[in-house]
Write a protein that binds this ligand. Structure first.
Ligand SMILES: CC(C)(COP(=O)(O)OP(=O)(O)OC[C@H]1O[C@@H](n2cnc3c(N)ncnc32)[C@H](O)[C@@H]1OP(=O)(O)O)[C@@H](O)C(=O)NCCC(=O)NCCS
Length: 192
């Protein structure tokens, strides 16, 4: 398989603006650190299920230095004043031991001012395509019950979705059913 570290896919959002989806890199560490401080308390709580003042160096390393097999992450970037800015991150992390037919936990965060433009929905499509290529069979997610945007992203994915849980947390499973021959999805490209 081509190297997912070089994954990149330009796209246009429904408001007409341009965005690039690309694999995360170790060099994104400071951008993630700074981006965290631009998130609202609500976004942080929905992503981490607790209030947090920032990310530690160890967490930033974990979030940016990936093997792109058991841990895959994409960022969405826009160009602002001629400079690239990361506006969203989405990732999945293998659950359990490596092997065929694996399941992965998926998580998203889109910067507050970039929410509701379709970035979460597009990131979901890219991650599903990548996970299928890597042989995963399902995504799992823990979502706060009032997080309708996240639940909508999952519904929009077109994947079979099941939800269980209750008042405090919803556990979502998305089945990555194999696509019929000839319909394999490939929204992005990985460098050769
Ligand atoms: C959840 C999240 C990833 C969704 O990303 P997004 O880019 O805003 O999602 P989209 O623009 O693709 O929208 C998906 C659906 O949610 C709806 N939606 C998005 N933001 C919304 C908002 N603030 N209020 C109401 N609905 C919203 C959209 O309308 C869309 O539904 P529709 O197509 O039927 O209109 C983003 O809101 C986020 O990062 N939230 C904070 C962190 C978080 O909750 N992470 C999830 C932990 S797993």
């Amino acid at each position: 398989m081509t190297d997912l570290r070089d994954y990149r896919a330009p796209a246009r959002l429904r408001d007409g603006s341009s965005v690039l989806f690309r694999s995360i890199r170790p060099a994104d560490r400071e951008a993630l650190r700074n981006g965290f401080h631009r998130l609202s308390p609500e976004a942080i709580y929905h992503r981490f299920f607790q209030t947090r003042a920032g990310l530690t160096d160890a967490e930033l390393r974990y979030l940016t230095e990936l093997d792109f097999r058991n841990h895959v992450a994409l960022v969405a970037t826009v160009e602002l004043d001629g400079r690239e800015q990361i506006v969203a991150v989405a990732r999945f992390v293998r659950l359990g031991a490596p092997g065929p037919g694996g399941r992965a936990e998926i998580a998203f965060v889109v910067g507050d001012e970039y929410q509701h433009r379709g970035i979460g929905t597009l990131l979901m499509a890219h991650l599903a395509a990548i996970a299928r290529q890597l042989g995963y069979t399902a995504f799992e997610a823990e979502v706060l019950p009032d997080n309708y945007p996240m639940l909508r992203v999952f519904e929009h994915s077109g994947l079979p979705v099941s939800e269980r849980g209750g008042d405090r947390m919803v556990h979502v499973t998305l089945e990555l059913t194999p696509l019929p021959r000839g319909e394999e999805d490939s929204p992005g490209s990985a460098g050769n």
